[in-house]
Each structure stands twice: as structure tokens, then as C-alpha cells.
Design a protein around this ligand. Structure first.
Ligand SMILES: Nc1ncnc2c1ncn2[C@@H]1O[C@H](COP(=O)(O)OP(=O)(O)OP(=O)(O)O)[C@@H](O)[C@H]1O
Ligand SMILES: [Mg+2]
Length: 461
């Protein structure tokens, strides 16, 4: 039989099993009891708080404890208005045959997108308006502007981030039930690292115990070390995109050995693949371009104090710009290697050639490399493209390599190289002739005329 994951196996069955969240428990039980008495004050509640702190669990425990029929829906079930109408309306309007109250959970309402799921929010508002059963909604971020109309008609119930002690308590309980050998320090470390997310802590405990049958500090450290290893670029980009919170996006940046510039390239390449809502995309690119601006300034001024701003913008800025189509962030898409990096790799050779050519010209013309790149090479390219004969003479005079000739004019290069070779032979013959003449002149006692290979191309006799 397939083993139940511990996060399901150890889900709180009763309200007492839920650690912490006392205020939330109190508020919720009062609210449900009023419903049971038939005098509800508010129809719906919105539970909000960080991931893995017990929002969904507490609602389930509440239904169990009060023996309510429990209807649970995830954002993906109620994205479209028609689905909502069909499923929720019946549930919200009718009591069951036995007259039992139904507790309806619309989990993670902040997953509804403002534009893609147009109508879903209105439908929920309608349902709350006419509901004959209690409705619980949950969200991580209730301050999302699109949830504003909802906030006006519900009781807001805050869930607190769990403390290390809370997490430790649950982990120790599980260790006891599973009869696991658990080192106190190991449990401590897991509790420390989960940042109040009990779901991830339980998963960590299960992962270690499953692999080794015991939970020791050494094993936990090992697992965390593995996890903290650098992520490949694809994973980092995905982590940035799917982050719910700014700190998650920033953490992803810490886990890569890509430079900030490279990361910008990766995000730039893959943003339009992941995000399709034009407004979201515009916002994300706006932040990314600002990050790029900061990087430019850092390189120019050498002021690395600006780096945190650049990182914040390219990670949290990009991730949190997705407002309209939040679902889109979680869609699985295939990412691409940044084209700019590919092109840079492909053009590496030609860029190197251009650099060495610039150096040759700089020396000859007594100018800087930058000026020869910007003001001289483009003109020499024109000469090479239009007049192979002069090009060949220049090539000889400057003593540049064949690959440089190919760089300057791919279409004329073979002709120019052919001419260079011809000129070399001619020059050789001329030098030979001059030498012979010199010898015979000397024999005849005539003064020599100067004439060497050096001034062959400069036009000096
Ligand atoms: N306060 C808690 N007491 C006991 N167990 C908890 C508590 N919070 C979380 N858990 C455990 O963690 C798991 C995940 O919790 P739950 O699904 O309730 O989180 P959540 O607050 O709904 O998170 P999310 O916002 O990500 O949906 C549960 O299966 C449960 O085992
Ligand atoms: Mg939940």
C-alpha cells in the first residue's frame, strides 16, 4: 500500500491538534457556533497568513469537530465563473438532506487572477450574499488590491507565522508517533530553517527519516547542504518567477553562481515565455530594465553598494509585478538559454579579431583602440568591400593576417588574399631586380638608387 505523506497523515483532526493560532481558533469557533444557532453575523471569513501555518488544516479540523459536511475547493476548481456557479451555488444555497450545515472552503482565493478569471470574484461575492452555509476563504496575501471588494464583506482572521517552538512541538510529536530516533539538535535545525512553514518542516523530517530510518544532526545538515547547492540557471529563473514573497525571490538569487548581469539575461529571455498578460509583462520588464540601469551604473562607477538595489529589482521586482495573471507564474513552460549569451559566444572570435585589428591600427595611426574601432575600422571595411586592390595594398602595408582580411570583407577576402600574394611575389621580384641592379651598378661604379619592399606600397620610389 502506498504510504501517506506525513503532511496528510499528521493533519490536525481536532482543533486541539492545531498548534498556536489561538486567536484564530476562538474567532472561528464563535463564528461557526452562530451559524449553527442560525444567527450568523457574517456569512464568510477570510483566513490569511504565511504558507504552512495551518489555515487549511484549521478549517478541516473545525469541520471535523463540529461534524459539518465539508466542501473544499481550490482556486483551480473555481477559476471560471461557470464552475463556480455550478458547484458553489448549490452548496452555498442548499442544506444537505439531513439539514446538516455545510462548511465551504474556497482555498487560496488570492490565486484568482484579476483579469484572466474575470467574473470569478464577482461570482464569489454574489454567493456570499445569498449563502445559506458558512464560507471560509484563505489567502496568503489578503491585501492584494483585487481582493478589496471581498475584504469588505468578510471577517478577516489573521494566522500567525509559526514559531520555532511550535514547529519543534509538532515534529517531536511525529517522531514519537513514528517511533523514530530523532536527535534534538536535528529537529532544532529543521525548525530553524523552515521559517515558520510547518509543511516544509514536516516534509524535511520525512525526507531524512525515509532515507536513513533515523534523524540525526549530521543527516539533516547533509540534506540542507545539498539543497543549498547552487541551482542551475533554469531552476533559479523558475524560483524567481513563482515566488509568492519578495524574500523567496531574493533567496533564489543567492542560490546561483550566475553573475547579476547573466541573471538579467536569463530573466530577460524567459519573461515573455512565462508571463503572458501584457500589463504584467510590462511591469516586470520595467523593473528588469531598472535593475539593468543599476548594473550599468555599478560597472561605470565601481560603486558596488548599489548591488542590493539591482538584485531587489530583478528578483522581487520582477516576481511581484505579476498581478493580473498570477496563475501564469506557476504554469510550466520550457525556458531558453539567453540568445544574447549564445550570440556573444558565437561572435567571440570575430570580436577578438576586431580587437586585435584595432590594436594594429591604433599603433599605426597613433590613436586609441576605441577610436580605431569606432572611427577607422568601419571605413576600412568599406574600402575592403569596394576596392580589393587598395585593400590588398593596405593589408600588406599593415601586415594584417588573413583572418583579419576575412573579418574586414568576407565577400572579397579570397580576392584580396590572392592579390596580396601576387603583390608579395611582385615585390620579391622587384627587390631581387633592384639587388641585381645594385650589384651591377656597384661593379660599374654607379651610385645606388634606394628602393626597397618597405616603400613599394607607400608610393615612395
Ligand atoms: N498550526 C498548525 N498545527 C498543526 N499542524 C500544522 C499547523 N500548520 C500547519 N500544519 C501542518 O502543515 C501542513 C500544511 O498546513 P496547511 O495546509 O494548513 O497550511 P496553510 O496555512 O493552509 O498553507 P498555504 O497558505 O500554503 O495553503 C498540514 O498538513 C499540517 O500537517
Ligand atoms: Mg492552505
Amino acid at each position: 500500500m502506498r504510504k501517506l505523506p506525513w503532511i496528510i497523515k499528521y493533519r490536525p483532526k481536532k482543533l486541539d491538534d492545531v498548534v498556536n493560532q489561538e486567536k484564530a481558533k476562538e474567532k472561528l469557533t464563535k463564528w461557526v457556533e452562530l451559524w449553527l444557532k442560525g444567527i450568523p453575523e457574517e456569512k464568510a471569513v477570510l483566513l490569511y497568513g504565511p504558507p504552512g501555518c495551518g489555515k487549511t488544516s484549521l478549517t478541516e479540523a473545525l469541520a471535523n469537530e463540529y461534524r459539518l459536511e465539508f466542501i473544499e475547493m481550490n482556486a483551480s476548481d473555481y477559476r471560471r465563473k461557470v464552475d463556480l456557479d455550478r458547484i458553489v451555488r448549490t452548496a452555498a444555497l442548499q442544506r444537505s438532506f439531513t439539514g446538516k450545515v455545510k462548511l465551504i472552503l474556497l482555498d487560496e482565493v488570492d490565486g484568482i487572477s484579476g483579469t484572466a478569471d474575470i467574473g470569478a470574484l464577482e461570482a464569489i461575492l454574489d454567493i456570499i450574499n445569498v449563502a445559506k452555509n458558512p464560507i471560509v476563504m484563505t489567502a496568503n496575501d489578503p491585501w492584494d488590491p483585487k481582493l478589496r471588494p471581498l475584504r469588505d464583506v468578510v471577517v478577516m482572521v489573521e494566522f500567525r507565522r509559526l514559531t520555532k517552538t511550535d514547529v519543534r512541538k509538532v515534529l517531536n510529536r511525529i517522531c514519537g508517533d513514528e517511533k523514530l530516533v530523532c536527535e534534538e539538535d536535528a529537529v532544532d535545525l529543521i525548525a530553524e530553517r523552515c521559517e515558520g512553514d510547518l509543511r516544509s518542516a514536516i516534509n524535511d523530517l520525512e525526507a531524512v527519516s525515509e532515507g536513513y530510518g533515523k534523524v540525526t544532526l549530521e543527516l539533516v545538515k547533509n540534506m540542507l547542504r545539498q539543497r543549498d547547492r547552487d541551482y542551475p540557471p533554469f531552476d533559479v529563473v523558475r524560483k524567481i518567477f513563482i515566488s509568492k514573497y519578495a524574500w523567496q525571490a531574493k533567496q533564489a538569487v543567492q542560490q546561483t553562481d550566475l553573475t547579476p548581469d547573466e541573471l538579467i539575461q536569463w530573466i530577460n529571455e524567459n519573461l515573455p515565455r512565462q508571463i503572458s498578460d501584457p500589463e504584467d509583462l510590462w511591469r516586470a520588464y520595467d523593473y528588469l530594465s531598472k535593475a539593468d540601469l543599476y548594473m550599468g551604473r555599478i560597472v561605470k562607477t565601481g560603486n558596488w553598494d548599489l548591488l542590493p538595489y539591482a538584485i531587489e529589482l530583478m528578483s522581487a521586482g520582477v516576481s511581484l509585478s505579476v498581478i493580473n495573471d498570477v496563475k501564469g507564474k506557476y504554469r510550466w513552460v520550457k525556458y531558453n538559454f539567453p540568445q544574447k549569451v549564445l550570440i556573444a559566444a558565437k561572435t567571440k572570435e570575430s570580436r577578438q579579431l576586431r580587437d586585435s585589428l584595432a590594436e594594429v591600427l591604433a599603433k599605426h595611426l597613433n590613436i586609441s583602440k576605441a577610436v580605431s574601432k569606432s572611427d577607422v575600422i568601419p571605413f576600412i571595411k568599406v574600402i575592403f568591400d569596394s576596392n580589393p586592390e587598395i585593400a590588398a595594398k593596405l593589408a600588406l602595408g599593415l601586415n594584417i593576417s588573413e583572418s583579419m582580411v576575412r573579418y574586414l570583407s568576407p565577400q572579397n577576402s579570397s580576392k584580396i588574399i590572392e592579390l596580396v600574394n601576387k603583390f608579395k611575389v611582385e615585390a620579391g621580384k622587384k627587390a631581387e631586380r633592384l639587388k641585381r641592379e645594385k650589384i651591377s651598378e656597384r661593379k660599374l661604379g654607379v651610385k645606388s638608387r634606394s628602393g626597397t619592399l618597405d616603400n613599394y606600397f607607400t608610393g615612395n620610389p
